[in-house]
Write a protein of this length. Structure first.
Length: 134
């Protein structure tokens, strides 16, 4: 016979709560001009299959307007979830920033996220493409 196994039912609870939903995540990609100003902003759903996003031009006010709309819609979803006993964490905004963007513009973009209502904002550098495989 095989030796006895010390396994059996576990008293550990899985780290899964069926009443907790995922937060919405958006990404604003900011491409700078040669002089370090904002050249272009695109806003997209981080989980969407289509990663093209919405072109907002170079105006941080448009980013504020769009993120405010998204934040308010998400707050309605969070309130509806609370009413049925579910939990949704606050929405998240990632700001992907080109290397040469001047700090004053970075602060302006971050401030737009704060003014829209976001409490979870992550300014990060634009990810570099993977080097080609040889």
């Amino acid at each position: 016979l095989p030796p006895a196994n010390d396994g059996g039912p576990s008293s550990a609870t899985p780290d899964f709560d069926p009443l907790k939903e995922k937060p919405m995540k958006w990404v604003a990609r900011v491409i700078p001009t040669d002089k370090g100003a904002i050249g272009n902003i695109t806003l997209r759903d981080a989980e969407a299959a289509d990663q093209t996003g919405t072109d907002l031009g170079a105006d941080p006010k448009r980013l504020l307007d769009e993120t405010k709309k998204l934040y308010n819609a998400e707050q309605k979803r969070i309130e509806a979830a609370k009413a049925r006993g579910a939990t949704i964490p606050p929405p998240k905004l990632t700001i992907e920033i080109g290397d040469s963007l001047l700090q004053g513009y970075v602060i302006q973009l971050f401030d737009a996220g704060v003014q829209a209502g976001f409490t979870e904002i992550a300014p990060v550098p634009i990810p570099k493409p993977a080097p080609p495989k040889k």
